[in-house]
Design a protein around this ligand. Structure first.
Ligand SMILES: [Zn+2]
Length: 375
């Protein structure tokens, strides 16, 4: 989805959607794992394609399924046909995460009579089964979070009114669908002659999975690692009471950026030959791509740390909202605040975890931050 990707570094995957089947199909892009085929499915977003992968084995399995549009369905059908299959032969769809560019077509395939199973991480099941744009954007929940981090009430009302107006006019790109099998870290997904190992990689979403085929060293990464882009990371309140050990009595939160960086670092300790990403071309140097994603956020976290250090040196403390305004003065709050302010809050989580940020609560309830100046 448009707001799910923080930055595209280059537009390497823009394709002409009228270029025919072969433009959407890369047969056996990995020589050591020849039964995998890459299928590029068009999205409504600036000509970008999301990458799905057909595993031509038993059961016939699709990894991710594109958005629900006629163009995406036509690309899927023609690619499968070129590989000697009909869409009705798909037996299983494993979704990397719940976003609509990965789950979108599944229910319409079922509605067309395809008898397929859906496998997804246990943390993604509720979102896949109850999918709606309103639910995933959770405007009220995000407004409550932003209010605690210093955004003005009236601005939040305008941002949400603007977004609600647009939500009503957007095409339905994904429908809720049943999950038949909930996955956990370390699970295996069996095929006739091999298996895929599930790696839970939270950050972009809470229930994102990577799929590893150890014999070939192939890793399917969805939006966790893309070629030429980095994902945003979620940040939202979790159910549950405030931690009684926290003097600020903060509500528990899903801290996606903290988890995303940890997930990436864990991957660096393993060895993969090839990454098959959710966007962009096949990645033949996985560690370089992982370092690039880490660096992308390191640069931004360091900028935020420097800002925090300078205001602290002046004897002040700042809100996350003020940091966003100072760092991105040209952003339009109506369309750009959400993604960037979530990133700033994520960066403050990282700095606090590292002992570099001290948070306190103002009498009006808003959280303010300063640098610990320890290092
Ligand atoms: Zn995504």
């Amino acid at each position: 989805m448009a707001h799910a990707i923080l930055a595209f570094m280059k537009s390497v995957w823009t394709r002409d959607s009228g270029a025919g089947t072969e433009a959407h199909l890369a047969r056996s892009p990995v020589a050591s794992f020849p039964c995998v085929h890459k299928i590029s499915l068009p999205t409504p977003w600036e000509g970008r394609c999301v990458e799905a992968y057909l595993i031509d084995s038993q059961p016939l399995t699709l990894i991710d399924a594109g958005v629900k549009t006629p163009e995406s369905r036509a690309a899927l059908s023609s690619a499968l046909e070129a590989l000697g299959h009909g869409v009705d032969e798909i037996e299983r769809v494993v979704v990397s995460h719940y976003h609509r560019d990965h789950v979108g077509q599944v229910q319409s395939l079922r509605d067309a009579g395809v008898s397929l199973e859906v496998w997804a991480h246990e943390n993604a099941v509720a979102m896949v089964e109850n999918f709606s744009v309103e639910r995933i954007e959770d405007l009220d929940g995000t407004a409550a979070l932003f209010l605690e981090f210093g955004a003005p009430d009236d601005l939040l009302e305008r941002v949400n009114a603007h977004r609600r107006e647009h939500q009503q006019n957007e095409p339905v790109l994904c429908e809720p669908t049943r999950v038949d099998h909930a996955l956990r870290d370390g699970d295996t997904i069996p095929f006739k002659d091999f298996e895929l190992k599930v790696i839970h990689a939270p950050g972009h979403t809470a229930g994102h999975v990577l799929l590893h085929q150890p014999d070939s060293g192939v890793l399917f990464t969805g939006d966790h690692i893309m070629n030429g882009a980095v994902p945003n990371t979620e940040n939202y309140y979790l159910d549950g009471l405030a931690d009684p050990r926290d003097p600020l009595r903060r509500r528990p939160r899903f801290k996606g950026l903290l988890l995303y960086r940890q997930s990436l670092r864990t991957l660096l300790r393993q060895s993969f030959e090839t990454v098959l990403p959710g966007y962009g071309e096949v990645i033949r140097a996985p560690n370089r791509a992982i370092h690039r994603a880490l660096l992308f956020y390191d640069v931004r976290i360091q900028r935020i740390e420097r800002s925090l250090r300078s205001v602290t040196a002046l004897g002040q403390a700042v809100t996350a909202y003020e940091l966003w305004r100072a760092l991105f003065p040209n952003d339009d709050p109506l369309t750009e605040m959400r993604t960037k302010l979530l990133m700033v809050i994520g960066a403050l989580d990282v700095l606090e975890d590292a002992g570099d940020c001290v948070t306190s609560r103002r009498p009006d309830g808003v959280l303010v931050h300063s640098h610990s100046l320890v290092r």
